[in-house]
Design a protein around this ligand. Structure first.
Ligand SMILES: [Zn+2]
Length: 202
């Protein structure tokens, strides 16, 4: 009976992003430059159909050197954990050969909203020293209908207490524009398919 059990799992970036890797800048000096890339990747990601409108990057906190990029790959892979933050953190860990991104390094995770309940934990355990988000608050769920889960109200303070500095509201309006475009499009798509509202981040 157990012969059918899976024994490994692969989470790969989508082909369109892999094709773009060599054209990405080596470094993005400011949080605004970093977030602009995140927004661009997030917007393209949902339009390509592989996952939701979410992207994340890991950069060196001092130089802005790009360490990894991630987008939501849930639809592409059929793996519910394939959120942008998980991808960016795991690919940074793979590149650097360590599960602890804080081991002798000061790295920053840049993402286009406050992490969901899953990615909140993934970020806590990753070893990043800084988190930069475009925003927080109910707008993401209102515009996209994704459920972010029971993230604690003092989520930023909890990060800070564990040595992870949080910066919010970097290109916030631009984040909302991506979510608004996605929400408008899926309203049509999902109603047309009769599948009802999304219940967790695809
Ligand atoms: Zn997440």
């Amino acid at each position: 009976m157990a012969d059918g059990l899976a024994t490994s799992v692969t989470l790969s970036l989508p082909e369109w992003l892999i094709a773009e890797i060599s054209a990405l800048p080596d470094a993005l000096a400011t949080p605004e430059e970093q977030m602009a890339l995140v927004h661009r990747l997030a917007d393209r990601n949902w339009r390509e159909g592989g996952g939701g409108p979410f992207a994340a990057i890991v950069v060196d906190s001092a130089t802005g050197a790009l360490v990894s990029v991630g987008v939501n790959v849930v639809l592409d892979t059929g793996i519910s954990a394939g959120h942008a933050e998980v991808m960016a953190l795991a690919l940074a860990q793979r590149r650097l050969g360590t599960w602890d991104l804080g081991d002798g390094r000061d790295l920053t995770l840049v993402v286009n909203w406050r992490p969901c309940v899953q990615c909140y934990g993934a970020t806590l355990w990753s070893g990043v020293r800084r988190l930069v988000v475009a925003g927080e608050g109910p707008e993401l769920e209102e515009l996209t209908r994704f459920d972010e889960g029971p993230v604690v109200d003092d989520w930023a303070a909890q990060f800070e207490a564990r040595g992870i500095a949080v910066t919010s509201d970097v290109l916030r309006d631009e984040a909302l524009a991506v979510y608004r475009a996605y929400g408008d499009s899926t309203s049509t798509v999902y109603n047309a398919r009769g599948t009802g509202p999304v219940e967790s981040r695809p």
